[in-house]
Design a binder for this molecule. Sequence first.
Ligand code: GAR
Length: 211
Amino acid sequence: MKNIIVLVSGGGTNLQALIDAQEHGEIQNGKITCVISSSPDAHALRRAEKHGIKSQVLNRKNYQNNQEYTRDLLKLLEAEKADLIVLAGFMIILDKSLIQAYENKIINVHPSLIPSFCGDGFYGLHVHEKALEKGVKLTGATVHFVNEICDGGAIILQKAVEIQNGDTPEILQKRVMEQAEWKILPQAVSLFCQDRLTVIGNHAYIDYKGA
Ligand code: GAR
């Protein structure tokens, strides 16, 4: 059974999707053993508490920069014996020391179809603002491994979502979460925990044999 550590910064709806999937037996061979938040005010912490999941706060405000923050985060992850680290709305760019220590063991959910609307400055609502500004007809979500390039790691799963007339960034964000993020994040976590993902170069391959 793999130890899944979920890193959060805000509302935690993706954490909730993982908790729901776990409670429905949809995460095979893995268990959420700890939630770590970069903010003491994150609603995600209350979600963890409600479901009896241990949580810790590593407050970004107490650190000068991401490098120092990552150093302490790395210690916490080692203490928690992390097998898989899930960035579920975690708004801090990790230093390479952590990425190297957990190569192909960190996954992130991003609210667009990478390589569109991703990279530095593309996070949360901004991603949907940019998609609407551009006038694309399709957007969606991507779950990918984390490497040293922001949103540049091997893609595990993607799901498209249609843009509709009258969409605002808020309406679109909600639809992308409901139709894409909350589905593909638990699926990717379960695939990882069953050792059904292989990374070669910058490609992730899924073993469908066990499906
Ligand atoms: C989600 O839409 C997630 O994809 C996005 O932030 C939101 C967090 O919501 N993450 C990024 O933009 C990372 N680049 P949540 O806290 O309710 O899961």
